[in-house]
Design a protein around this ligand. Structure first.
Ligand code: SF4
Length: 480
């Protein structure tokens, strides 16, 4: 009998989600029978539900969006004072103004004059309020479209390798003033090069000038720039999406699987607190999902304690483009294949307690397909106004800004482009007013209940509008 020994780490809570304590248990497993030989710890709720693991309490905790509630309220107050709120008596007139601005039929100075006449506020006060509304809560920062892979279905491959100029980053962040930034692409953030600077310089600049901003990184991880950038990230996630070299090459059209795996281990030894792997499930890789999990389970067992604690796997479905609305079709081959695969993995987990614990504690496997009958369609949540537009911004590598990434494929949905504008402050005001346009869901072709993928953001904010965010026991984390 071969006995292997390891510690598993678990969060043990006080039942309310707060004051979590870290504890370890010692387990022994017979490698042949896969049976645990150690004593199970009664109070280890994590191994029963996964509910208190960091994957669930932090990395996939939707409640984090509620940390932005004060910003949403401040913006709504400004909308009220400027006549753009739904309760304002002039809402039809202001709706017409927002539509006219979106189609660029009027200049910003003319729009401000209209607001001035209808509210009696000074032009300076109006501009100041609108410049405040340019800011966002979470910034999805596409720093470059340059990429060393050629993923099938890449949204951004057709673009011309646009890159955010390094010299503009500081000014952008001063005005956007986000609480958190997800550095991503576009292309591969690690390929960022601008004015002789790279990703390391960019992360250090953000940390030095804006130390309050939390930073996360989603990347391909095929190449690691030199430097101390690891020290300043809250989390990192590698888009791996494959269980072997061939599948990786089929999806990414480059032979870089092994380099990517090597770099994942490198990051597991770095100071980054959460190091994850992303698996976007789709027709090309669904057959390998179980092998993928078993492979990483085996790797995880061999990791040291620090690596084990920070390691996580996050599944997401590849989803239809926002302008394509599907209904659940149980006869759809991919739905059936995914259902069979998930069932097969669950069956395996039922007879293998340690593997089951791994699924619960280190992955979001058990949330796959639990939102709706479909494994690929988003869960529809009711919402009245779009708070995502007030709290989230995508800054594309070419300078165009959008309220959510699914709209990036339609240039007419751009809020504006400060980089390309003659007058930067006027453009920021245009963008702020554009967020009011989306708040009111005036982009009717996308902002209806069936299409909107960020409906859960608005749903949560609306449900908790009167809550005191300090009493909600949410982790101090501004990503969502
Ligand atoms: S699609 Fe949804 S999240 Fe995006 S702007 Fe419209 S309502 Fe907001």
């Amino acid at each position: 009998m071969t006995i292997i020994y390891w510690n598993t780490a678990a969060w043990v809570g006080n039942g309310a989600g707060g004051n979590l304590l870290r504890m370890h248990q010692e387990l022994y497993m017979d490698r042949k029978t896969q049976n645990i030989q150690g004593q199970k710890v009664e109070s280890d709720r994590t191994s029963q539900t996964g509910f208190l693991s960091s994957v669930h309490t932090v990395m996939r905790n939707k409640d984090r969006v509620l940390n932005h509630l004060p910003l949403a309220k401040r913006k709504v107050d400004i909308m009220k004072s400027l006549g753009f709120h739904e309760n304002c008596s002039n809402r039809q007139e202001s709706g017409r103004l927002l539509k006219a601005l979106k189609t660029e039929k009027i200049e910003i100075s003319d729009a401000i004059e209209v607001i001035h006449v209808s509210t009696g506020m000074s032009v300076d006060a109006i501009r100041k309020d609108l410049l405040f509304c340019y800011r966002t809560g979470l910034l999805e920062f596409h720093i470059t479209d340059v990429c060393d892979l050629q993923c099938i279905d890449c949204h951004y491959r057709q673009k011309d390798n646009a890159t955010i100029p390094f010299s503009s980053v500081s000014d952008y962040l001063k005005h956007l003033n986000p609480n958190a930034i997800t550095v991503t692409g576009g292309g591969e953030p690690n390929c960022y090069h601008s004015e002789g600077k790279d990703l390391n310089d960019l992360v250090l600049l953000i940390h030095d000038e804006f130390p309050h901003i939390q930073m996360g990184l989603i990347n391909n991880n095929t190449y690691l720039p030199d430097g101390k950038w690891y020290d300043f990230l809250s989390w990192q996630r590698t888009s791996l999406d494959a269980h072997d070299v061939l599948t990786y090459e089929k999806i990414k059209r480059k032979r870089k699987y092994n380099a990517c795996i090597e770099n994942i281990y490198h990051l597991l030894d770095s100071p980054i607190p959460h190091v994850g792997i992303g698996f976007l499930y789709r027709s090309e890789n669904i057959a390998g999902m179980e092998t993928f999990l078993l492979d990483w389970f085996e790797r995880w067992q061999k990791m040291n304690i620090a690596q084990k604690e920070k390691f996580n796997i996050q599944f997401r479905p590849i989803s239809p483009a926002i302008d394509r609305v599907f209904e659940y079709d149980p006869q759809n081959g991919l739905e059936r294949q995914t259902a069979a695969m998930v069932l097969q993995i669950k069956k395996h987990a039922r007879s293998h307690e340690i593997f089951n614990g791994f699924l619960k504690n280190q992955t979001n496997f058990y949330s796959i397909g639990t939102n709706s009958s479909s494994f690929f369609l988003h869960e529809r949540k009711p919402f009245v106004k779009c708070y995502n537009a007030l709290l989230h911004r995508v800054l594309r590598s070419d300078g165009n800004e959008y309220p959510d990434f699914l709209l990036c494929n339609d240039p007419s949905m751009s809020l504006g482009n400060v980089l390309a504008a003659k007058n930067a402050d006027d453009e920021r005001i245009r963008i702020a007013l554009g967020t009011f346009y989306f708040y009111h869901r005036l982009a009717e072709q996308y902002c209806h209940d069936e299409s909107c993928r960020q409906c859960w953001v608005s749903n949560l904010i609306e449900q908790h509008w009167d809550s005191d965010v300090n009493n909600l026991n949410i982790p101090d984390n501004y990503f969502f």
